[in-house]
Design a protein around this ligand. Sequence first.
Ligand code: C2E
Ligand code: CA
Ligand code: CA
Length: 400
Amino acid sequence: MITDTTRILLLDDDPFVLELMGHQLAELGFSRVTAMDQAAHALAVLEMEPGAFSVILCDLQMPAMDGIEFVRHLVRLGYDKGLVLMSGENQRILHTAETLARAHRLQVLGALAKPVTLEQLRRVLACRPPREASSPRLVYGPQEVERGIAGGELMLHYQPKVEVATGAVVGFESLARWVHPRDGLVYPDQFITTAEEHGLMDALTRVVLGLAVAQARRWTDIGLDLHMAVNVSMDNLTSLEFADGVAGELKGAGMPPSALLLEVTESRLMKDPQASLDVLTRLSLKRIGLSIDDFGTGHSSLVQLRDIPFGELKVDRGFVHGAAHAPASRAILEASLDMARRLGMQTVAEGVEEREDWELLCGLDCDLAQGYFIARPMPAADVPAWVEAWENGRHLLNEG
Ligand code: C2E
Ligand code: CA
Ligand code: CA
């Protein structure tokens, strides 16, 4: 939680802004504010004491080291507390910088156009940084990750996908979590990269698929008719036996292929694109659903869309959340939806985080939505009660 004892760094080259915002922060009750007019000085402090501040408010246009470069240093130093970006230039630059910072997985609490009002400041500082509650960010080594996968320490959380037009729940996406014996619940950004870089993705995917298919079976058994989505990276798709493995898994659980949807992202380390194409085509022949994930980012391209029989397109959350106020994102969102429709694909918008994201989608022609506004990923045990509560309340969705 951000409280009045939170240590805040205010970084701006304009002394007037430092003075004004210093007063504003004081008025909001923050007493531990450090004002600096040079990014290099701030870095010197952070190099010595990375945890020196819980929130950094940073201007983008500064003469010596600008905000973008400063943000890059924050990433290098593993800064994992709150960040607020500010700019006196146009909204577009601010939005781009925000997208960049989020892509580096920094906790962006807000992006504010200057002059910043007291109300804006109050609002961004009232945001609770999502990662604060979990364990500190660690990156795990390959042996440890391998042991976790082999030792049955992975579990899945499930996040619903709902129909925009009706609110009906159509399925869930499974998301890997590692129940670490020492550190507790560990999120994928702390182990997927290691797994990718050390050839552990096949083992991970095999475990995840087994868990997800077994869970899908349990839902069917209690009368929940939901599809199950599993994430796979193109990297997993180089062995021709993959399709048979998946089909075998489904058969063993007595589930039809149509109950499963594979959300595919292009891996950064793709070795053999042709082999992946063959595997995807075989999966599709077996009637297993294929979704192109993170569409619009560097890892999912038009070429794949042309060459691979995807039935679903998921627009990356970077083009969805906040699109109501970001004309460029909105244009890309609309163009992606339009293109998918022309290709006869189902569309999903991910990252529907707030009501205004949801309302924007209601005015566009998008089939499904997913995001914190609907629900955060949850353990399997919470799913039946959540579905029931959602189904009872969904008529309220499009009211104030
Ligand atoms: P993804 O496939 O894009 O999955 C969605 C991620 O966005 C999830 O993060 C989810 O918790 C988060 N999310 C959902 N709604 C919102 C929202 O409204 N706002 C924001 N800001 N975020 C939202 P998570 O669980 O941390 O997973 C991160 C990524 O890790 C996934 O991104 C996926 O690429 C990868 N991943 C997770 N599980 C697996 C897996 O079993 N296999 C593979 N290959 N990758 C996985
Ligand atoms: Ca996904
Ligand atoms: Ca995604």
